[in-house]
Design a protein around this ligand. Structure first.
Ligand code: FAD
Length: 263
């Protein structure tokens, strides 16, 4: 966006003055993956020009500035919150089943303890056991596998058969960091860079439903890759009056005042 897209839409602005800052509360990136993958992701981001502030959390944001745990203030009108999701609090659940972030405690069969016929699956469910002392990661494969098993277990309930306990089949983790950059972990195998990025794209493309959708997305991705562009274009251009004003003073205060984009 900073290097290729925005300069096309806002040729009058100097994007060297735009900062992208990533604030991370822990000491490393990609907490769900290995230390090595976290370090590689960090190197990729730094090479792309992202400024990282580790061991720092965001305490407050008022629309103009973010107050950080290290006592500093970061001025930004663009803040992207990516620090996790919170479940919807439902009335009527036993208080002991509702955990921080409104996750619902479930047993090995996704049943909510204390309720006869209530189940929770996916992100909202927290199943603690030998395999996952802190619960499973909030990712799509866990939700898909729990849904498939629960469907079978509901049939088992109806036919009064024994229920099957959930076991998560972890096929690996992957994260993309940018163009040609990704990290992939499958068992002991760790891949990084361009090959990891191709694997990331292939896996995500295969998860898309329908051949037509797959093809359309593949064409879009290829087009964006070749053109370094997006299809949504600004069709307004600065008027002569604005151009004159812009030459005298940078009009976008988000950049003129040294504001940053915070991730
Ligand atoms: C930005 C982002 C990127 C992600 N990338 C990845 C990734 O690359 N790979 C991966 O594996 N996972 C990824 N995840 C996580 C993944 O999306 C979730 O783990 C997965 O969607 C969980 O599925 P779910 O069915 O439990 O919940 P959801 O998919 O969140 O579905 C819950 C649904 O319930 C609805 N709902 C909520 N409250 C109510 C209510 N009171 N009544 C009725 N409906 C309600 C919601 O609108 C929503 O449609 C990502 C998540 C985010 C936010």
């Amino acid at each position: 966006m900073k290097n290729n897209i925005l300069p096309k839409d806002y040729p009058e602005l100097d994007f060297k003055q735009m900062n992208i800052v990533l604030i991370e509360a822990s000491s490393r990136l990609l907490g769900g993956m290995s230390v090595q993958s976290g370090k590689e992701a960090q190197q990729y981001l730094e090479a792309l020009g992202v400024k990282l502030q580790m061991n720092t959390s965001v305490n407050n944001y008022d629309g103009n500035s973010a107050t950080l745990s290290n006592g500093t203030t970061l001025y930004s009108r663009c803040l992207v919150w990516a620090a996790g999701v919170k479940g919807m609090a439902l009335k009527g659940l036993p208080a002991s089943s509702v955990l921080p972030n409104n996750r619902i405690r479930v047993d090995a069969f996704n049943r909510i303890p204390g309720m006869a016929n209530a189940f929770a699956i996916g992100d909202v469910a927290l199943m603690q056991g030998e395999q996952s002392p802190k619960g499973h990661p909030q990712v799509a494969p866990v939700a898909i596998q729990q849904a498939a098993l629960l469907a079978k277990n509901l049939e088992n309930v109806v036919s009064k058969k024994k229920l099957k306990a959930f076991y998560y089949h972890d096929k690996g983790s992957m994260a993309t960091v940018g163009r040609n950059l990704a990290v992939v972990e499958m068992g002991k195998l760790k891949i990084k860079g361009f090959i990891a990025w191709i694997i990331w794209m292939f896996v995500h493309l295969m998860s898309i439903i329908g051949i037509k959708n797959k093809l359309l997305i593949l064409i879009n991705w290829t087009w964006h890759y070749i053109t370094y562009d997006q299809s949504l274009r600004l069709i307004i251009k600065p008027s002569e009056k604005t151009k004159k004003f812009t030459n005298e003073k940078v009009i976008n205060p988000a950049i003129a005042d040294g504001y940053s984009m915070v991730l």
